[in-house]
Design a binder for this molecule. Structure first.
Ligand code: ASP
Ligand code: MG
Length: 284
């Protein structure tokens, strides 16, 4: 079993999603596919929750989400299941609209609103694979945070993940990244960038043979290429070196994800969805 994680830009447009589909389908063995929210959507949800719920901007933004998904569904989903997928996505969007209107604006509210990004994208991605047996993993029942919120409860999450995968049998498992449950049952999350940690905790709990983090760059670079034209791609890193770089501002892999993998050293590859046969960084 291997874990593939796709970030927001990798699931942001139909052409990117076409690549995702090819990358996933190329695997013969069962794969676990962790997905982020559609590119930009988490930031938009943060904006949304700060708006006055009666403002017309709220309706505009909700309509834009609806349009974005409607276009993706027409472009990518098998015609025979389009009505079902539309129903599932629209149900979530209506729930989001209701929550924006009703909920008190506390931390629980914010965590709930921000969770819609991954809840929507995972429903959509789970319907991309035609005849393959693809299942949507109920991540909120598996990944749990500690009472202090946003830090992973490793022990409970490990054992729930193990139980779930022991009792299920699919070709492709689709997992919403980032979101988790707090001990009191409320929706919470693993912090911005936390989908990598979802992938890492699953990889570690199941002791998979490899984890691939698919993003929009060819892995780690020696410097920020936007600022330094001599920046070079790095083919290989140790976990310690990658962690050091992530802690010092290289936003390639979420540092807590590397921390959790560091002592087990499951091979990790950071690859570019838009250049799948190109260079990548291998972390051991
Ligand atoms: N969607 C979340 C974020 O933008 C989590 C992630 O993509 O890793 O931070
Ligand atoms: Mg990320």
């Amino acid at each position: 079993m291997i874990v593939l994680k796709f970030g927001g830009t990798s699931v942001g447009t139909s052409s990117a999603l076409e690549q995702v589909k090819n990358i996933v389908m190329a695997h013969q063995e069962p794969v676990i596919v962790v997905v982020s929210a559609l590119g930009g959507m988490t930031d938009q949800l943060v904006e949304l929750m700060q708006m006055d719920s009666r403002s017309s901007k709220v309706t505009e933004m909700l309509d834009a989400f609806g349009c974005r998904y409607a276009n993706l569904i027409s472009a990518m989903i098998d015609e025979s299941i389009q009505p079902q997928v539309r129903t599932d996505i629209n149900r979530l969007l209506r729930e989001l609209q209701k929550d924006i209107g009703n909920a008190p604006r506390d931390t629980y509210f914010q965590d709930k609103i921000i969770s819609y990004g991954e809840r929507l994208s995972s429903v959509f991605v789970s319907r991309l694979f035609g005849a393959k047996n693809a299942v949507l993993v109920p991540v909120l029942d598996l990944v749990s945070t500690l009472a202090d919120n946003r830090s992973l409860d490793r022990d409970i999450s490990f054992s729930r993940i193990n139980d779930y995968f022991r009792n299920n049998d699919a070709d492709i498992y689709i997992v919403p990244g980032f979101i988790a449950s707090a001990p009191d049952g409320h929706i919470t999350n693993l912090g911005r960038g936390g989908s990598d940690l979802t992938a890492a905790i699953i990889a570690r709990a199941l002791n998979v043979s490899k984890i691939e983090i698919w993003t929009d760059v060819d892995g780690y670079m020696t410097a920020d290429p936007r600022r330094d034209s001599n920046a070079a791609q790095i083919p290989q890193l140790t976990y310690d070196a990658a962690l050091d770089m992530s802690l010092n501002g290289a936003k390639v892999v979420y540092a807590p994800a590397l921390e959790i993998m560091k002592d087990v050293r499951i091979p990790l590859e950071v690859k570019n969805t838009f250049n799948p046969d190109g260079r990548f960084t291998s972390i051991r």
